[in-house]
Ligand binder design. Sequence first.
Ligand code: ADP
Ligand code: MG
Length: 226
Amino acid sequence: IEKEMARLERLNLVGEMAAGIGHEIRNPMTTVRGFLQMYKRKDSFAQYKDNFDLMIEELDRANSIITEFLTLARNKPVDLKSQNLNHIVRTIFPLIQADALNTDKNIELDLVEIPDILLDEKEIRQMVLNLVRNGLEAMTAGGKLIIRTLIVNDDVVLLVRDQGGGIAPDIIEKLGTPFFTTKEYGTGLGLAVCYSIANRHNAKIEVDTGSTGTTFSVRFMQNSQE
Ligand code: ADP
Ligand code: MG
């Protein structure tokens, strides 16, 4: 037990350090981004517009890596409130639909009436976003991505189904390992974040994949005996 306590304390320390460093790096990034936005609009810099866009994009990318890393290293308890999963899905729908349409894909919602459950809105939003982004990225030939909610044995379940090429068996076992990616510009943090968020919600993630697509399901267990 003592060893386990020491290990937890070390983990806590790492989490706190990560959070501290993350915020310290973010503040100057925000300042730089603000100046870039401002200079980008100046006529005298018109010829460098592409460079400014690229710099802003790169800063945004670094920022989202920090966000994901902080979620992963999180040591604070989640902010659980009784609310409806459908509502959270609906609030991010315009954002993800815009992403999809930009790349000739489409997102469909199939939400049934479900009871309110204890959720951390920010984390669930991030989880759905990460699953949807992976689905869209897998659909290189276009297609439809479906987000469904349903009830299975009194548990609320979220499904994200894509029409991508599926996941090879040797890759399935690596899913959720931080920094594991098969993409040229991937971070390999998206699923690791999803698993840690699911963990904090007493939810279980399952993957069902084949050559016609992949379905990620997240089941929010209402009864800890299950
Ligand atoms: P990233 O998206 O940055 O690569 P993730 O943790 O989100 O990191 O995903 C890790 C890897 O899992 C991806 O690189 C990809 O190989 C695989 N993967 C995840 N979701 C899907 C999906 N819906 N279809 C096919 N492969 C997937
Ligand atoms: Mg991803």
